[in-house]
Design a protein around this ligand. Structure first.
Ligand SMILES: N[C@@H](CCC(=O)N[C@@H](CS)C(=O)NCC(=O)O)C(=O)O
Length: 221
């Protein structure tokens, strides 16, 4: 039995969703973020030294890092579904988006979260904190988020899903940065294909089943 170590409001929602798409049985071990710091509880470090979510256990295997988990699950349980065949152009696009999600899309979105919080620093230092945050946001963070969104919008003009005509685990992996961008990165109707992508994934029965099993899923602002 696969166990998903599932932190509320986190990337592990993607793992539940992929497992629902695959129709593979799994159990959820829930963890709650600290209400103040939003960090994962220390128990998660007993499962994996970094204590981040997601982590899965499958038999003797413990695996962290959402992209690695999705690739592993699709390859092991997909029987050719949800991952394009090796050696095809679609497979290379699949690999690209698998890496892009955490390697390129998430870093500026995480910086946005951090600098927005910095602006709420204690009153005494707030003016300085705001000046630093606004400078970083304006010169680096926001332009990078916008470039990324424009780029993905353009890529979705080429095919219905990110790796090609077929829905794949790469779409699941990319859902998190796009959902985060919708909440805090300026993703709106200016990007009609991205909004349509979000609508399409949100209406998939497997996505809805994963939400039901995983519980509340509200991304941090
Ligand atoms: N690149 C990693 C990121 C893992 C990560 O940062 N997870 C967040 C949840 S979305 C987390 O565990 N945050 C709580 C913490 O850092 O304590 C992945 O894709 O799995």
């Amino acid at each position: 039995m696969i166990t998903v170590h599932h932190l509320n409001n986190s990337r592990s929602q993607r793992v539940l969703w992929l497992l629902e798409e695959l129709g593979v049985g799994y159990e959820i071990k829930p963890y709650q973020r600290d209400a103040k710091t939003m960090l994962a509880p220390p128990e998660l470090r007993q499962v994996h030294p970094l204590g981040k979510s997601p982590v899965i256990s499958d038999g003797n295997l413990t695996l962290a890092e959402s992209g690695a988990i999705l690739e592993y699950l699709a390859d092991k349980y997909g029987q050719g579904r949800l991952a394009p065949a090796p050696g095809t152009p679609e497979r290379l696009r699949y690999t690209y988006w698998m890496h892009f999600a955490e390697g390129s899309a998430m870093p500026p979105l995480l910086l946005k979260l951090i600098f927005d919080r910095m602006k709420k620093a204690p009153l005494l230092v707030r003016p300085v904190a705001r000046a630093i945050a606004d400078r970083a946001l304006g010169s680096f963070v926001l332009p990078n988020i916008e470039r990324n969104l424009k780029f993905i919008e353009g890529e979705l003009a080429k095919s219905e899903w990110l790796a090609g005509a077929q829905f794949s685990a790469a779409d699941v992996q990319m859902s998190f940065p796009l959902e985060a961008a919708r909440i805090r990165g300026g993703l709106d109707e200016k990007y009609p294909r991205l909004m349509d992508f979000l609508r399409r994934i949100h209406s998939r029965p497997a996505y809805l089943r994963a939400l039901e099993r995983g519980g509340k899923y509200e991304l941090l602002r």
